[in-house]
Design a protein around this ligand. Structure first.
Ligand code: I3P
Length: 126
């Protein structure tokens, strides 16, 4: 059972590039700074990598760790007030981290929104 649940939590459900801006950390507002991020979604979390997920590249920087977002109890919603860009949604974690994600490509951002929302809805609200 342990092996199965470990696998469930590490299976990659979706990965790809989006524009990302972290706008709050632990409830504290941050200066908005959009950058392209390689995003890996699993059942319970999202990981934001600076470049590519390829270990060879990630490992070039010693001690490099992707930013990890716990989706348990997180909220996801479209927002038109927090950016002048189109196709922006916000993820808010229990710990008070806030991320904006964006793509100009409509189907691509829709796919991501639904994949993340499904993951959140399957998780305990904790
Ligand atoms: C911000 C930058 C962001 C912009 C933000 C600006 O300026 O231009 O791209 O957000 O607008 O404040 P700076 O680089 O000087 O911090 P959007 O692209 O999402 O509109 P905002 O202040 O209205 O959030």
């Amino acid at each position: 059972a342990d092996i199965i649940s470990t696998q469930e939590h590490t299976v990659v459900e979706k990965e790809g590039y989006l524009l990302k801006a972290k706008i709050a950390d632990g409830g504290k507002k941050l200066r908005k700074n959009w950058s392209t991020s390689w995003i890996v979604l699993t059942a319970r979390k999202m990981e934001f990598y600076k470049e590519s997920k390829q270990p060879s590249l990630a490992n070039l920087k010693p001690g490099y760790k992707p930013e990890c977002v716990d989706l348990c109890g997180a909220r996801i919603e479209w927002t038109s007030e927090k950016s002048s860009r189109k196709n922006v949604f916000q993820i808010t974690t229990v710990s008070g981290n806030e991320f904006l994600l964006q793509s100009d490509i409509d189907f691509l951002i829709l796919d991501w929104f639904h994949a993340i929302k499904n993951a959140i809805d399957r998780l305990p609200k904790e």
